[in-house]
Design a protein around this ligand. Structure first.
Ligand code: GAP
Length: 447
């Protein structure tokens, strides 16, 4: 019987390190807070999630183009987008009057944790001040000639500043969208909760441009909310662990007329934001038109009129998706009287799809046969792994822990009847299949 445990974040962090999913950034130098490095399995899981997004939101559609824009952008872009302003990308910050450490004023848990570090002293805090999260750097060879630029705080602006380039090169008709996946950077004051709040992270977004009409805006907004929710759900979540939450008027981003978040019910901190759908109206294109002096309007051939389109945005965090998928998949159960940990990943997202073993490592005829099965399968399913280390039970457990949905074992029967066993991760049951049917069978299951 399989029971979904109330998974602690520590268990995920530990599995990620132990099994090569995710490591602390620059770990051997003490680690850089808010940065993480993806190891082989984590990199593949993340890649599979991004690929799945791209397939559904860009490749499967006729009305969405893909883009990849620069991370470095001049300050003027962020002045135009409003991110440098008082209402922009800011967090409220308070300073401890004893040690001068600064923490987020709106994170009570962080404040309490800090106060505990000054054991018998009463901690006093300064009034909150706004702290801008944009990461700054300079480009150029000398102090005098260098230019101040920002690492983008959201990938969105790279798309908006290219609106005219897309109109002039692709000649799209409204409505149309532009999709992008890429890194964003925020100088988070208290990066925390592993991949949840980082300083360097990845986003996957669609900016969908429409005619500036209220009814059309509402219809398209609802449409993208539905698309986003069903896609997120299809990453393998149970329905009761996802919900919608509308932003209250005082928490709306400066660019948003309305905003809804898909939230995931995390085992470590309750409901947390996974994805946002934002009605950005004409905020970005209008501001970039004003600040750049370049006309970013659209000419409607049919109605013979020119206007600034509205933008409905879908914006999801890639790393949050990785974290939430791992939390949802992490399962502890007892199989064949032994406790085990396994990742109940959707097969198409699993980093390794199939592992191939010879029953015994020291029988050359079994090893040769199994190598043949492995090599033939690898041509059909690239994410196949060879493992002949330790006994068969240990190999199954190792694969379970990284979420491999199928294990294929070549045994003595294979030598005579050309059949192998296929063992299923979630229940440990096995089928026997002819080698010739193996690739087609597994490919069907991996869809
Ligand atoms: N373009 C809109 C935008 O950036 P956002 O709500 O600030 O909106 C979108 O970010 C998504 O990016 C969030 O729903 C979240 O999944 C992810 N995200 C935001 N800040 C993050 C951080 N510090 N670490 C990891 N992911 C983050």
């Amino acid at each position: 019987m399989s029971e979904k445990e109330n998974t602690s974040l520590e268990k995920i962090v530990s599995l990620c390190k132990r099994r090569g999913f995710v490591f602390q950034g620059s770990e051997i130098y003490g680690g850089l807070a808010g940065t993480y490095d993806y190891g082989p399995y984590g990199n593949d899981l993340r890649h599979n999630i991004k690929q799945y997004f791209w397939q559904k939101f860009v490749l499967d559609r006729e009305d969405v183009y893909g883009m990849s824009t620069a991370i470095l952008m001049p300050r003027k872009v962020w002045d135009a987008s409003g991110h440098t302003s008082e209402v922009g990308l800011n967090d409220p910050l308070v300073e401890c009057k004893i040690c001068h450490e600064r923490v987020r004023a709106d994170q009570q848990e962080v404040i309490s944790d800090h106060e505990k570090t000054h054991k018998n002293k009463k901690v006093e805090w300064t009034e909150p001040v706004k702290f801008n999260l944009l990461v700054e750097t300079k480009l150029g060879s000398s102090e005098k000639s260098s230019t101040e630029v920002n690492l983008r705080g959201e990938i969105t602006q790279g798309v908006h500043v290219n609106f005219k380039n897309i109109l002039d090169s692709m000649h799209p008709k409204l409505p149309f969208g532009i999709g992008q996946i890429g890194k964003a950077f925020r100088n988070e004051i208290t990066p925390r909760d592993f991949l949840f709040r980082q300083r360097e992270f990845e986003q996957m977004e669609i900016q969908y441009y429409i005619k500036p009409e209220e009814t059309e805006g509402d219809r398209v907004y609802d449409y993208w909310k539905d698309e986003a929710f069903s896609w997120y759900l299809s990453l393998g979540f149970s329905k009761e662990n996802l919900r919608w939450r509308q932003h209250a008027s005082d928490e709306l981003a400066h660019y948003a007329k309305d905003a809804w978040d898909i939230e995931y019910n995390t085992s470590f901190a309750g409901w947390k934001e996974a994805w946002g759908v934002h009605h950005r109206k004409d905020w970005d294109l209008k501001r970039h038109s004003q600040y750049s002096g370049v006309d970013l309007s659209y000419y409607d051939e049919e109605k013979k009129e020119r206007f600034i389109p509205w933008d409905i945005e879908c914006s999801g965090g890639v790393d949050r998706a990785v974290l939430f998928v791992l939390l949802e998949a992490y399962t502890e159960d007892v199989l064949s009287d032994e406790p085990r940990v396994y990742l109940k990943l959707k097969p198409s997202l699993a980093p390794i799809k199939v592992a191939v073993f010879p029953l015994l490592k020291n029988k050359p005829n079994l090893v040769t046969k199994a190598r043949g099965v492995y090599q033939a399968l690898k041509k059909e399913i690239p994410q196949v792994m060879w493992d002949d280390n330790g006994n068969i039970g240990k190999r199954y457990r190792r694969q379970d822990e990284i979420g491999t949905p199928f294990c294929v074992t070549v045994d003595f029967n294979t030598l005579t009847d050309e059949t192998v066993t296929v063992r299923y991760r979630d229940n440990g049951l096995q089928d026997r299949l002819h080698i010739n049917d193996l690739a087609a069978f597994l490919k069907e299951k991996l869809k």
